[in-house]
Design a protein around this ligand. Sequence first.
Ligand SMILES: [Zn+2]
Length: 385
Amino acid sequence: MRCIKILRGYVFRLYPTEEQEALINKTFAATRFIYNYFLTEQLQLINENKKQKTIKEQLFAMGNLINKYPWLREVDKCALRVSIFNLADANKRKNQRRNKQELPKFKRKGINERYSINNFHRVYGGKAYDTIKIDIKNQNIILPKLNKVKISGYKNKQSISGEIKRAVIKKDAGKYYVSINVAEDITPVVTPVSSIIGIDLGLKDFITTSQGQKYKNESFLNKKRLKGLLKGLSRCQKNSKNSQKIKLKIQKLYQKERNKRKYMVDKITNEILADNDIIVVENLDIDSMKSNKEVSASFNETSMYEVVRVLKYKCEWQGKQLMQIGRYYPSSQICSVCGYQNPLLKDMHIRNWTCPACHNEHDRDINAAINIMFEGVKKYIKQLK
Ligand SMILES: [Zn+2]
């Protein structure tokens, strides 16, 4: 049996004491300070046409900073180190983007507050020692510097098997969370392939399958309420108590939306995977989609990318196969019954059509999904040869 290592994420709500909360916030501030410090230095070196510092040099310089600013010593040093690596990652991502001139942004207080730490796993005399330990049964986690913190979540689980790799502590809409990444060994059950499904990802109907199911693109953001809150915010004095309150309400609104969407993506992908062994989707070209003005507004509300990402790892875990086919294949223009290619269908507004060759009636998206499935079948047969 083939055994694979996967990285599974778990998110728990954290209930820090007042003291722990203060230390968490101090760590947010310290990691932000380090990140912004080295970003500032990076900009200076660019201006002076000088060579950039390596990570090794930055880590060394960080030691001097800690000596200069004793408050940095109070927080977990690992979190500070990770923020240097985060800056390096942000630079790497920038190089992959089209606009290479765009630099990483400075971190700001109150926005996306989080810090990451790695777990140090050692074994002495047959006993394992970890710096991050979780006890699901008693609902607590041990984190460096913070010690034991109360958590809630996954109460139906007895324990988490596998090695904790890292933890991210974050604040969202006034609440604290910890997400941990655990390396787990799993043996996917390899099932004989008995069914294949094609999926058309669209903007109007979020997902259409070759079996005729349609999932609507739901918007979970309460826009009316958001509009009201933003109006209220504009009337407030900047940084006043009232404006803080409204900001928190806005964060909660977005948090609710994210949670609902996550739930939706989970439900849809589970339904698709329940009865199918091979899932065929088109390769998404996110960049070109975003550049199309007409679709960009609704794009932000859809989670096509997320659906493909979730399908990918769930397939891997369940021993199923996600197949991606070239996006230049004209899946929506070809009649799935006779193969006639109808160029009129380049017009996205045509939702239903009758094939001029075989006179079959088609729903644009279902027809496309069936073609995508056929492409998958072709690819699958090629693999067998
Ligand atoms: Zn036809």
